[in-house]
Design a protein. Structure first.
Length: 401
């Protein structure tokens, strides 16, 4: 009985060994077949990449920066860098000391600029208005490290643009031979996803470069200018980093053309990957105007020249006033002042469009241009009652005020 039991166990072990051998052989054959096919697939893909016409379903990686190689990008930057400058401004500010006495302190601000034009006597540099506002001394540093004094030629606060002038007499021949006038591109030809390169004096540390893409076009951004007026601008949005100091620098395409003027004014430190630039199509005519005239005359954001308060339905019902915008203040020399609009008037329409708030008024004006004459319908108090009157108002650029 014991011998039969041993033989039975031996028989079962042999059977199990045969089963495991069959399974192992099958697994090994399957692995060999899989590895062979995978190697064959990779070889096929390599042949396809070599251009030998063998098809492959393998997904290829997308190219970056519109297919430009890093060496090509560095070449573009090398060409553009002599067109970009660093701008340093000195400002004075009155503060109250610990002992209650007024003191004047001097502080330094930094920004960037783009060489956009020159004549026999001077260089003209585009930058942001907030880079130069309230400064009493400006210095420009060129790509070769040399510096020169500068002065403001003109500003367009409502567009956050300015032109700085540098006398050629203050530059050495070596610097004159180094600098370049930037090539301007057409921002109207941009598409979302196009490559973008930002160059500027980031944080005041010197010229630096960031890369990204065009994230959005015509992005509506509102801000308050130096007069306290709320202004809406349509800007280029990019994920190329734009930091303080980058303001006034160049946003360029892969052709080395300036497609926008960077502005950190519109950026938020709580948001990453979102920078803004003023489109070249918007900035170009304004900058030409500033170079020629020292101010905007026919370009810029159209401006009526009033400070107003919304007359809501609640206020209208309570005080028996028409719905619209109550004129609280008229800016001296503005289109509204020249046309005869005075505090106490209530604006109800512009060019036939109903105006129920300051937002409505701004939306009406955005459709016009500087120099256009619009028909403003106002309600004027007369003998205790409101009477309607149509007043033609010629819109001005805000920098004229």
């Amino acid at each position: 009985m014991r011998k039969r039991g041993f033989i039975g166990k031996l028989t079962r072990c042999a059977a199990l060994a045969l089963v495991f051998g069959a399974v192992g052989g099958t697994a090994f054959s399957g692995a060999t077949y899989f590895l062979g096919n995978m190697t064959k697939s990779e070889t096929t893909a390599e042949k396809q990449e070599d251009g030998k016409g063998i098809s492959s379903d393998r997904i290829q990686p997308t190219s970056t920066l519109a297919g430009a190689k890093s060496t090509e990008i560095s070449g573009i930057i090398e060409e553009v860098m002599p067109s970009v400058v660093a701008i340093t401004g000195m400002t004075q500010q009155e503060i109250m000391s610990f002992f209650g006495r007024g003191e004047t302190i001097e502080s330094e601000s930094s920004g960037s600029g783009i060489l956009i034009d020159k004549d026999d006597n001077a260089l003209y540099i585009a930058t942001n208005n907030h880079v130069v506002e309230r400064t009493n001394a400006l210095t420009v540093q060129f790509s070769d490290g040399t510096t020169a004094p500068a002065e403001v030629r003109g500003t367009a606060p409502s567009n956050d643009l300015a032109v700085v002038k540098v006398d050629l007499a203050n530059l050495s021949e070596e610097t004159k031979n180094t600098i370049k006038i930037a090539a301007m591109g057409d921002s109207d030809e941009l598409s979302v996803g196009d490559a973008a390169i930002a160059i500027g004096n980031a944080l005041g540390y010197g010229q630096s470069v960031t890369t990204g893409v065009i994230s959005a076009l015509g992005r509506e951004v509102t801000f308050q200018d130096e007069t306290g007026q709320t202004v809406m601008s349509r800007l280029i949005q990019t994920d190329a980093a734009i930091n303080p100091g980058n303001s006034g620098g160049a946003l360029i395409n892969t052709k080395g053309e300036v497609i926008g003027i960077n502005s950190s004014k519109y950026s938020d430190t709580d948001v990453e990957g979102m920078g803004f630039a003023i489109p070249s199509a918007t900035a170009g005519p304004i900058l030409e105007d500033l170079i020629a005239n020292g101010k905007t005359t026919t370009t810029g954001t159209p401006y009526i020249g009033i400070y107003g308060v919304d007359v809501t339905q609640e206020v209208s019902g309570q005080y028996n006033m028409p719905d619209g915008v109550y004129v609280a203040q008229v800016i001296e020399g503005s289109g509204a002042a020249k046309a005869g609009i005075v505090p106490g008037n209530i604006i109800t329409e512009v060019n036939g469009e109903k105006v129920a708030s300051m937002e409505d008024l701004k939306n009406c004006l955005v459709k016009a241009k500087v120099g256009d004459t619009v028909i403003v319908k106002v309600q004027i108090i007369d003998s205790g009652a409101y009477k309607e009157k149509e007043i033609p108002v010629t819109l001005t650029a805000q920098s004229e005020e």
